[in-house]
Ligand binder design. Structure first.
Ligand SMILES: [Fe+2]
Length: 571
């Protein structure tokens, strides 16, 4: 905020200048004191200037929002968002704004991996004007180990990204065993954020209670991975701020909230997050409003529940002077509710504008110029090459390592001869220079061929029982410039084009959700038995999950940290 803006806020607050917007007659939820009382709210520009009973700042040009019989609560904040899952961050913001969410703290992985610092800066600069505010957590390492990671994640670039005015944290840090081991390079990357007074977002899935001290000492300040109330307490007791998660992959919130029964003081610090929820899940359930409904249904006192999605995340990110409460100086982000028990708002004010009413957005969200964000042949998938069936051939030896899926994302290693029902799988470089073949069991027995550019290492994932169909799927995928393609024999059975970097469509959340449904149904018909195929594809290469992964180096044993079946050059 500029000094001039500050001065103007004081003028409106004194009644010496007219407000831009005046919300009249509502009952205010004061998240600072926990009180509910009648109050009007006056804004100037993007900020709140006055909260109280006077109306001498209402002028001829002041827009009035009538809120008699309504409750005013601060706009909701999701502190941990992956904003590029099939849809663009702008499409996500456009959908969640009418649901009351006015602030997202978002991940940079996709933009960074496909375009580095320049791509992140482009996206962040465009979205700095969005009515839904985008703050950023800067990824400091890749999701999947490759030989050229040091070049892609240079500390100098990370320091510049952290200096962006909308950056608030480093993370998420999935390599927690390295933090616990005190690995100097990783600790130095986290220090880039902590030395600026910024936060470090952890990912400590599976870390036992005794390891948490070293993780907190190493610099992690939050964690959104607990899947039991016990794990919530283990982390909270060591000073780690816990984000209780309800996502399409892990809908755990109900059980996690039991931690509040054992330790009610946690309500002053806990946050709620939808993490990387997929479009269909958000369409069906909602966003932060869904988290609130779940918490209220679980018996969390309303003031605590609303604080967990407003003041608590604002305070955690050192932004409570800007966000998280309805008070002078803060962004004018206000949800007008019919009742505290109904978190889905009637009207949403965002950055001082009436942004949504009755579930419909009234203003647009700026869209980054994706052709300027994704500029390389790899990001645009413009390299000229074609896949061939022999690319997916396996070495003739037994036993072979087999990746067995035991849930949507968790795998088990089997070392044995190939058996009926095993599928071929491969990770192929976007430019076609190398291929990492594998055997995969438990995905979808009757799948001829699938190719996808949704994977956390951003290469092409290919799966199927027919090498011809697999090659056909890859070649169709290259024609589409990315997405997901399912092939039966030689025919395309289902496709989801993702031409923006191979990871996103320009569709709205609702339309993308319908395509997601179609893909899920296609895979279910072919034997896919888990609940989230997108995450299965995304995480097959993610070497922070147990037990064996299809990484860019080849089939990777996570615990042993070694390659079981190496990648090879494509002839
Ligand atoms: Fe996450």
């Amino acid at each position: 905020m500029t000094l001039t803006e500050r001065r103007r806020l004081t003028e409106v607050a004194r009644g010496a200048a007219p407000a831009d917007l005046y919300v009249r007659g509502g009952t205010l939820l004061n998240v600072y004191t926990g009180e509910l009382y009648p109050a009007n709210v006056a804004t100037r520009g993007e900020r709140i200037a006055y909260v109280g009973l006077r109306d001498d700042m209402v002028g001829a040009r002041t827009t009035t929002v009538e809120a008699a019989g309504r409750v005013l609560v601060p706009g909701y904040i999701d502190p941990h968002v992956h904003p590029a899952h099939i849809i663009t961050p702008s499409a996500l913001a456009h959908h969640v704004l009418p649901l009351g969410t006015t602030t997202l703290v978002a991940d940079t992985l996709q933009f960074w991996e496909l375009g580095g610092l320049r791509a992140f800066t482009q996206v962040a600069n465009t979205l700095a004007r969005s009515p839904v505010k985008f703050y950023w957590m800067i990824r400091v390492h890749a999701q999947s180990r490759t030989t050229d990671e040091a070049r892609r994640f240079q500390r100098r670039d990370l320091a510049r990204a952290l200096a962006h005015p909308w950056s608030v944290a480093a993370g998420e840090v999935t390599r927690w065993p390295e933090v616990q081991a005190g690995a100097p390079d990783l600790l130095a990357r986290l220090h880039l954020a902590s030395s600026r007074g910024q936060r470090v977002e952890g990912h400590t899935a599976g870390a036992s209670a005794e390891r948490i001290a070293a993780l907190a000492a190493g610099g992690l300040t939050s964690d959104h991975e607990p899947i039991t109330a016990r794990e919530v307490l283990d982390r909270a007791r060591q000073g780690i701020a816990v984000m209780l998660r309800e996502s399409s992959l892990r809908p755990d919130l109900g059980g996690l909230l039991d931690a509040l029964k054992e330790a009610p003081g946690l309500a002053a610090r806990a946050m709620l997050t939808a993490d990387g929820s997929m479009p269909a899940f958000i369409r069906d359930h909602g966003f932060v409003d869904h988290l609130l409904r779940t918490a209220l249904a679980r018996g969390v006192p309303p003031v605590d529940a609303y604080r967990m999605v407003t003041l608590n995340p604002a305070t955690y990110f050192h932004k409570d002077g800007q966000l998280g409460g309805i008070a002078p100086g803060r962004y004018a982000d206000i949800c007008v509710l019919t009742d505290l028990s109904q978190p889905r708002p009637e009207t949403v004010v965002a950055r001082g504008r009436v942004a949504a009413r009755d579930g419909r957005a009234l203003i647009s969200v700026p869209e980054p110029s994706w052709s300027r964000v994704f500029t390389t042949p790899a990001a645009r998938l413009t390299a000229r090459w074609r896949a061939r069936p022999e690319d997916f051939r396996l070495p003739e030896r037994t036993p072979l390592p087999v990746i067995r899926l035991v849930s949507a994302v968790i795998t088990r290693l089997e070392e044995r001869a190939p058996a009926p029902g095993d599928l071929h799988a491969a990770l192929v470089d976007r430019a076609g220079r190398w291929v990492a073949p594998a055997l995969l069991a438990g995905f979808a027995d009757r799948l001829d061929g699938l190719a996808a550019t949704v994977s956390t290492d951003f290469n092409i994932l290919v799966i199927g029982r027919s090498r011809e169909s697999m090659a056909r799927a890859v070649n169709r995928l290259l024609d589409l410039r990315g997405g997901v393609v399912v092939v039966d024999g030689a025919d395309v059975a289902c496709e989801l084009p993702l031409p923006l970097g191979g990871i996103m469509t320009r569709l709205s959340l609702g339309d993308a959700a319908a395509r997601e449904d179609a893909l899920h149904a296609t895979l279910r018909e072919r034997g896919y038995a888990f609940h989230d195929p997108f995450f299965t594809l995304l995480f097959l290469s993610a070497d922070f999950l147990p037990a064996v992964r299809l990484s860019p180096r080849g089939v990777w044993d996570v615990k042993a940290g070694r390659v079981l079946l190496p990648r090879r050059r494509r002839a």
